[in-house]
Design a protein around this ligand. Sequence first.
Ligand code: G16
Length: 543
Amino acid sequence: MDIKAVKTTPFQDQILGTSGLRKKVSVVRQTHYIENFVQSIFDSLDGFEGKTLVIGGDGRFYNSQAIQMIIKIAVANQFGRLVIGQNGILSTPAASHLIVKKQAFGGIILSASHNPGGSDGDFGIKYDIETGAPAPQTLADAISARTKNIDRYWTIDLPEIDLSRIGEQTVGSTVIEVIDSVSDYALYMQEIFDFNLIRSLFRQGFTMTFDSMNAVTGPYAKYIFETLLGAAEGSVIRATPLPDFGGVHPEPNLTYNKSLVDFMKSDQATDFAAASDGDGDRYMILGPSFFVNPSDSLAILAGYMDQIPFYASSMSGVARSMPTSAAVDMVARQKGFPVFETPTGWKFFGSLLGARKIALCGEESFGAGSSHLYEKDGIWAVLFWLTILAKTGLSVQRVNEELWHAYGRIYTSTHSYEDLDSAKAKLLMEQLRSSLPTLPQKEYNGFKIKEAFDFSYTDPITGDVADKQGICLVFEDHSRIVMRLSGTGSSGATLRVYYNRFMGDPKDFSRDVQEVIEPLVTISKDVSDLKALTGREYPTVIT
Ligand code: G16
């Protein structure tokens, strides 16, 4: 086997965002683009020679071609074994699980998650470390830095590897193993949850719809919900992963999965519905005419976690990203668990999970996970919900209402302004940042600002500091506005504005979310000069 050093020049835009590298397909198809980035990952790591690398992706356009390139570079860099999902398919949580199960050095996951696919859509690459957690910020920074001065990558000449056939072959000193994408993950779920309990729910006639949105969870959901658990055939819809997700924007929320939301408002609604995103790490939960906000969902999972034997001896603390509402804090306080507040990005949970400081974590952006694996996990969250419904016999709505009756309701919504001009969006944040000292004690329509600050985080385990993680305005009545720029887009800028407003009186528990937060929306626009600076009056996505 002839290992070749290929001369290359750096691309200046290979900066890792909230979750790895995300770019338009047209960008990653440039000659040397994938190779540069993957070699930059390897150049930022030490001691992987002879070790195992897991590779897989969400099946989006360019997945297969990119995997063939990565195989060549990984072989040339002397990995001992490559474990690849059949047809190049691995959901993010399944890849994370495999990394640990196969005692791999790490894994490369090809996904732009919830971003659209297809030839003019987005592509993404992220690296997970040996715990199956996303590369921590220090490693992400090292990779970004290496992409700026890379001048060669290693590769070999190799005919295309047939990824449709399960089995092993050896190339040079590297074993290339193609595995079933679903079975290990499905077995692991059976270790965590009582499948007999959930099966009994379906035996009693319980109905569910799981919408895979033409993305990676289709084969996982079909096997787990229909084959193993006995949900009626056809319960899993849009179950075949397609390179362009059938034109669907694979983001499970009220805007991009309106069809499921509408279905759950119709006469045909099932008892329960859920959806997952492009790479299977996000989830959305619905009941008939009822939506569970992800911040509430996290709090509900925290409330029931000690009833799941898998966690009985390991239930420690919980963590949420800063923009996520404090509903989970109220549950954790009552149960005596510490709460950690981290910046947005799953990578910030990794050190806390590794140090066993937390057993549960989640985000307002439709992500939840636990110590079972160090990525967020959509199907796990749905199985957790099915377990709660089977144990309690309650409806989705009733489970959520019980949370409000116990602790009060934090009305929560996120408004995203997508495709803004980047320079204008940055200016908005800079101006807001510089006005922070003047804001405390200011009153807007009866809402008095108590604190105004830019969130900064010191990782309690590693000591790493992350600054400028979102501007927070906290009001005297505990309402809160958070503003930050998204780090997952592939072009332009997305401004995210997060609203929380607490209501303690049960007569206020069934109000319209947008009506409740409306005064805060007006304040956020005023303090940030949003319309004048961006030319936008209304968000593109409301969740
Ligand atoms: C990623 C991260 C999440 C983050 C989300 C939104 O999710 O893993 O931690 O909350 O992006 O980030 P942003 O607000 O910067 O767009 P995913 O599902 O896209 O991998």
